[in-house]
Design a protein around this ligand. Structure first.
Ligand code: SAH
Length: 214
């Protein structure tokens, strides 16, 4: 799986992608994730990438040319599946994450300011995806959420399948509560059954609580 994130703020993405589980998976080559700075592809001599919206209105709109040239630079060997992170898109679910984890190559466009010129979206985007019905200042955090959710389903990123097939949303259920040491904290005790060592009862407790929470 190869994911390319097209952004005006690559350092913001790299900071997150170099940490923890995803950072380790990248270093071990279980997954290829890279960032392209859209500004590197502008033909404007002042390195501009945005301009005022036609028809008036506030803010700036990202221009089509730098986004398109950035996309073309990612198409040299293979055509990617192109996603534009957008509050107008289909809402991200675990089902969608599973579907995307089957793709070989994904190119994610992060908008900023008022968004991206519609003409380049119409020309190259296969799908618009939203992280929820609210607006954030840029597509970087949404792209990182999508990338993280997809990456953890890729072979080798988590220790084994067990690590994700029992988690919330995998099969429509939410996970049971989790507890760790010590047995007493703040006068609250870990549910007795979890201390019993009785495997069957523990499994039954987990199932029952998973259903209850769902
Ligand atoms: N003017 C736009 C919002 C622009 S926000 C509108 O009203 O629809 C700037 C950028 O942040 C967007 O281009 C998009 O890439 C990203 N973004 C904001 N909210 C998002 C969300 N809920 N899901 C995915 N991307 C989002």
């Amino acid at each position: 799986m190869n994911i390319v994130i097209a952004t005006l703020f690559p350092d913001m993405c790299e900071t997150v992608l170099n940490e923890s589980i995803i950072g380790r998976a990248r270093r071990a080559n279980h997954i290829q994730i890279s960032c392209k700075n859209i500004r590197d592809y502008t033909e404007n001599k002042h390195r501009r990438v945005d301009d005022k919206p036609y028809g008036g209105g506030r803010g700036m709109v990202m221009q089509a040319q730098p986004v398109y040239s950035c996309y073309l630079s990612a198409c040299e060997e293979q055509k990617p599946y192109v996603i534009y992170m957008s509050p107008k898109g289909t809402k991200l679910t675990e089902e969608k994450v599973k579907e995307l984890s089957e793709k070989e190559y994904i190119f994610i466009i992060c908008g900023h300011y008022e968004g991206v010129d519609q003409r380049v979206i119409d020309k190259i985007v296969d799908e618009e995806i939203s992280i929820g019905d609210y607006v954030v200042t840029g597509g970087e955090l949404p792209a990182l959420i999508l990338t993280d959710a997809v990456a953890r389903l890729i072979d080798g990123v988590l220790p084994d399948e067990e690590a994700f097939i029992n988690e919330s949303h995998w099969d429509g259920y939410l996970e049971h509560p989790q507890y760790t040491h010590p047995e007493f904290w703040d006068d609250r005790r870990v549910p007795e059954v979890l201390l019993s060592g009785h495997h069957k009862n523990i499994e039954a407790w987990k199932k029952e609580n998973s259903i209850k929470i769902t």
